[in-house]
Ligand binder design. Structure first.
Ligand code: LMR
Length: 397
């Protein structure tokens, strides 16, 4: 049977991990997969995570099953973190969140939920979007279409084109996938005024937003990064969201995230929760415990929670500082105009605007690793690798 299966090439993002590891150049630079790195280039375990783990090590009493819905206290706390604890959807008891294995698990469970609710629904994703959105959503059988988003020339958002496409081509019941903040791969985010226009369009046409929130706290702050989603959850009858704790809690390998739904009323929200549990039971039965227990421990303790907010601010600010440092260094080489956009974008990613050939030269001749689209992980920049990076960039430009 297996002779029918051909050998596949590595994932365009995750494949870079292996390539980078295999490179023996001691000065290699990793701007590939989206993980936070500190000024020494390490991806640290947050001090608050370490503290929570030590608390758990002492306090945990059982390793028994936790059930398809996962950790209920985590579900409540993360919902409040996402929507804000005074949100109308919480007061009206029409919002639920359920622990999943990472944001990827949330995206896939949500896709199965959509297919169960409306097999004809199409999902509209930004052009470009994170590469893994397509398999995660499309493998559920859902049809995927794209709306214009990033303008590679101006480095801005093609907002008018985006609205026109959705207005003219999407139909009631279709989903619109929106990145809550720190758009992956472009770093170009909607303004709040644009979120409002999009919310109004969804209301007018009966479109359902599906908000992917993988970087809360990496843009402008926890509340600011959630403002668009909160507006939609306040003004629209139905919203779906996928949440990841990989980046903001640095819990990548623990696989912790949540799928969330805002429904028209409590009865609908409860029905949706039961459907999610059925889907989960049929795929992986229940999520792993450890990551949720860590997040729960941090969020439930005001002191630990404040310390985590501070750690998150340090990560956010370091990335912003590196954006400025890269722009300054490129400006010194006479490329200021070409790279001006880099400080206006948010989160881990930006496109450098290079061709795939230039990217391959960077990898092969300079050991500088990035995705073929020239998306860089800005968090991979450090005070010591900016100069060699700039030399490599100017050599291929
Ligand atoms: C990325 O975009 O680099 C991250 O979200 C990691 C991944 O799984 O692709």
């Amino acid at each position: 049977m297996f002779d029918r299966l051909s050998l596949l090439s590595a994932d365009p993002i995750l494949g870079l991990i292996g390539q980078f590891t295999a490179d023996s150049n001691p000065n290699k630079i990793d701007l590939g997969v989206g993980v936070y790195r500190d000024a020494q280039g390490h991806t640290p375990i947050l001090a608050t995570v370490k503290k929570a783990e030590s608390i758990l090590w002492e306090a945990e009493q059982t390793k028994s099953y936790i059930g398809p819905a996962g950790n209920q206290q985590f579900n409540r706390l993360v919902l409040e973190l996402i929507l804000g604890d005074e949100h109308t959807a919480l007061a009206d008891n029409r919002a639920i969140a359920m622990q999943t294995p990472g944001g990827c698990g949330a995206l896939r469970v949500a896709a199965e939920l959509i297919v169960a609710a409306n097999p004809k629904a199409k999902i509209w994703v930004s052009d470009p979007t994170w590469g893994n959105h397509v398999p995660l959503l499309g493998d559920s059988g859902m049809e995927i279409a794209t709306y214009p988003y990033y303008d590679y020339e101006s480095h801005g958002i093609r907002f008018a084109d985006m609205l026109t496409t959705l207005r003219e081509s999407a139909v009631a019941g279709d989903l619109v996938l929106v990145h809550a903040c720190c758009h992956n791969p472009s770093g170009a985010d909607l303004s709040l005024a644009q979120w409002l226009q999009l919310t109004n369009l969804c209301a007018e046409k009966g479109l359902i937003p599906f908000v992917d929130m993988a970087y809360q706290g990496f843009g402008d702050g926890l509340d600011q990064d959630a403002a668009g989603l909160r507006m939609m959850a306040d003004q629209l009858p139905e919203v779906i969201f996928a949440y990841s704790c990989s980046k903001n809690f640095g819990l990548y390998r623990e696989r912790i995230g949540a799928v969330g739904v805002v429904a028209a009323n409590t009865e609908r929200a409860t029905a949706v929760a039961s459907q999610i549990m059925r889907i989960v039971r049929g795929i992986y039965s229940m999520p792993p415990s450890h990551g949720a227990a860590i997040v729960e421990t941090i969020l439930a303790d005001p002191v630990l929670c404040q310390a985590w907010v501070d750690e998150l601010a340090l990560m956010r600010n370091r990335i912003q500082t590196m954006r400025q440092a890269l722009l300054d260094a490129m400006t010194a080489q006479g490329y200021g105009d070409r790279f001006h956009f880099i400080t206006g974008e948010k989160g881990m990613f930006s496109f450098l605007g290079l061709t795939p050939e230039q990217v391959q030269r960077l990898i092969k001749e300079h050991s500088v690793y990035m995705v073929d689209s020239s998306r860089i992980n800005v968090a991979g920049l450090t005070p010591t690798n900016i100069d060699p990076l700039v030399k490599a960039l100017t050599a291929v430009l």
